[in-house]
Design a protein around this ligand. Structure first.
Ligand code: PXP
Length: 238
């Protein structure tokens, strides 16, 4: 069974635009679970531009909800993440000025720091994941540093599909990386820039077990409602 993780960061973005309490990301987390999400994802950014520590703590205390917390390698973020006690973590690169996560981790440059973070969370029985580019080399490093899962950055594929360009080469890269990771015993996830069409394309890669989708789900909900959008994604990935 393939799983759907719903990223609710942009519910907090909308709330913060007003500086008040609505819409509440805690309510959103409960709501998406009720309508079929298998887990929710939140990104505790260093600048706290959407989800803050209090949101993260409240969301992680919701009974029966699986929470995937995205974190950078920043030592304060790692300390806070340990206090927040998510079910899963996904380590992502973070640049202060970026609008969204622009690519996968640089595993060559940051190998030691990432390996140490993985060890810390594994000791706490928290599932670990790395946000990586579709590169065979990065999959092999992921195996060497003993991570449980990898999430392949699908931003490039999504852009090619959305702009009507040929995406077959990128899809092939993602497929090869997915199969290598799966053969090495690493669970494969995919995320970034996904909409109905790109998610459908990626379901051709059978070894992808989890899709983490945020911006399109929250944006499309303006027109169709969160309930319908989550259910439609569940049908696509089934
Ligand atoms: N997965 C990871 C690791 C991410 O950093 C993001 C964006 O924050 C997503 C998935 C979701 O991407 P999008 O909002 O484009 O669906």
């Amino acid at each position: 069974m393939k799983r759907l993780g719903v990223n609710i960061d942009h519910v907090a973005t909308l709330r913060n635009a007003r500086g008040e309490n609505h819409p509440d990301p805690v309510y959103a987390a409960k709501f998406v679970k009720k309508v079929g999400a298998d887990s929710i994802t939140i990104h505790l950014r260093e600048d706290r531009r959407h989800i803050n520590d209090a949101d993260a703590k409240r969301i992680c205390s919701i009974k029966g909800l699986l929470v995937n917390l995205e974190i950078s390698t920043n030592s304060n973020i790692v300390k806070n993440a340990i206090k927040i006690k998510p079910n899963f973590i996904c380590i992502v690169p973070e640049k202060r000025k970026e609008i969204t996560t622009e690519g996968g981790l640089n595993l060559i440059k940051n190998r030691t720091i990432i390996q140490n973070i993985i060890k810390k969370f594994k000791r706490l029985n928290i599932r670990t994941s790395l946000f990586v580019n579709p590169s065979l080399k990065d999959i092999r490093i992921s195996k060497a540093i003993n991570v449980d899962c990898i999430e392949i950055h699908t931003g490039k594929l999504s852009n090619l599909v959305k702009t009507g360009k040929n995406f077959q080469k990128e899809l092939k890269r993602i497929k090869e990386c997915s199969f290598l990771a799966n053969d090495l015993g690493i669970e494969v996830h995919a995320g970034h820039g996904l909409d109905y069409k790109t998610t459908k394309i990626l379901t051709r890669i059978k070894v992808i077990k989890e899709f983490n989708i945020g911006h399109f789900i929250i944006g499309e909900s303006v027109f169709s409602g969160l309930n319908d959008v989550v259910k439609k994604f569940k049908t696509i990935i089934k």
